[in-house]
Design a protein around this ligand. Structure first.
Ligand SMILES: Nc1nc2c(ncn2[C@@H]2O[C@H](COP(=O)(O)OP(=O)(O)O)[C@@H](O)[C@H]2O)c(=O)[nH]1
Ligand SMILES: [Mg+2]
Length: 359
């Protein structure tokens, strides 16, 4: 194994930066470059964990805190780009290779699932998703995988695959429907602030507007689409095409209809996709009746809507938020549950359960 260095903090200016080093020669190299505050070198074999305040570098030297851990050492230094670059150059000139922080996690934890879970944690958008990833970093999935004996065991783990896919990536929720039914207004009501253009003229939303939200702790990317309507206007047609593409990759479509407008558009293609949990293309479509603050122009109950709201008055919006969370995550795993959270893990479980992935 070679000697490696990785910057653990994000690029850019900040108060502090952290560099981590690992490998057979790193201790010797760090001893050569590090001086404690009293000017002495590090003791021969510092027993971890230890923290030293000192300086690092031979000519220009910067103040650092050196953390000696079991398998690695960390340098906590000033966060300016030039300081970080100087320290990196010092270390690479002595033979260390610079690698990405995510690769560093892999080669120092020696446990791929833990490394992936820790890397995923950096991207977890909500506390709720971070908590599930922490469980996996702490071994929930590793233990469950070790205990798999039958195809049924693998299948049982796959039950959480649809959730596992969204621990770092938001669920995509698309607000769709005919022009003027109140899609942009609904999106604004859900996100709690004015975001899309709202107007009385059909076709005002010419493009796709997205906003990221946490609904009941689940990360959601909400997209407002141009009305699905053929148009002479080229600009708007482009928006309609993008909307169709967006619908293709949606996890949930909120199909909005207008309570005050006859006739209620038909709900073509309503219904969920396949039931195979290894299939990432499942899409749920729900019928949302909007403008219920007005007298209805048709028999709403007969259409069996999934939610009735008024984007204008906010009536039914809290209930809709709850429903969306439930549609996306019908069952919440108890803490400590093994959740497969990468496509690679889901695929290999799929193979062990005898399920074939749909293409
Ligand atoms: N009365 C009422 N009007 C609404 C409601 N939601 C939207 N509207 C109005 O319907 C019109 C079209 O809304 P908009 O959100 O732009 O529709 P979109 O074309 O589907 O995005 C606007 O004049 C809105 O103010 C509602 O819940 N009740
Ligand atoms: Mg609109």
């Amino acid at each position: 194994m070679s000697d490696v260095v990785a910057v653990l903090t994000p690029p850019g200016r900040s108060a502090l930066a952290t560099l981590a080093v690992h490998g057979p020669r790193t201790r010797e190299i760090v001893r050569e470059l590090f001086r404690t505050r009293t000017g002495k070198p590090l003791p021969d074999v510092p027993a971890p964990p230890q923290f030293w305040l000192g300086t690092f570098g031979d000519q220009v030297s910067d103040e650092v805190v050196l953390a000696v851990k079991d398998a690695t050492m960390e340098l906590h230094c000033h966060g300016g780009r030039e300081v970080v670059r100087y320290l990196l150059e010092l270390l690479t000139s002595r033979g260390l290779s610079e690698i990405l922080w995510s690769e560093f996690l892999r080669c120092t934890t020696g446990d791929e699932i833990r490394a992936d879970a820790l890397a995923g944690l950096a991207h977890a958008p909500t506390v709720r998703t971070a908590a599930i990833l922490l469980d996996q970093a702490n071994g929930a999935l590793e233990r469950a995988l070790a205990e798999i004996e039958t195809a049924e065991h693998a299948q049982a783990l796959l039950r959480w695959a649809p959730l596992g896919r969204h621990l770092t990536d938001p669920w995509r929720v698309v607000v769709a429907g005919a022009p003027n039914v109140g899609k942009s207004s609904l999106m604004n009501a859900l996100s709690g602030y004015q975001r899309s253009i709202v107007a009385d003229t059909p076709g005002t939303t010419r493009d796709v507007v997205t906003v990221r939200l946490a609904l009941d702790g689940w990360p959601v990317e909400l997209a407002d689409t141009a009305g699905l309507r053929a148009s002479e206007d080229d600009l708007e047609s482009a928006g309609v095409q993008r909307a169709a593409a967006l619908l293709e990759r949606a996890d949930l479509v909120l199909w909005v209809v207008d309570a005050t407008c006859l006739p209620p558009p038909s709900l073509e293609g309503k219904g969920a996709g396949g039931t195979d949990p290894t299939d990432a293309t499942r899409r749920i479509i729900k019928l949302i009746v909007n403008k219920i603050d007005q007298p209805p122009a048709w028999d709403i109950a007969a259409a069996h809507p999934d939610a009735c709201v008024s984007a204008l008055t906010g009536q039914g919006i809290p209930e809709l938020v709850e429903s969306i969370a439930r549609w996306l995550v019908p069952e919440v795993p108890p803490s400590g549950t093994a959740v497969p959270f990468t496509e690679r893990l889901i695929d290999s479980l799929g193979a062990r359960s005898g399920m074939t992935k749909k293409t």
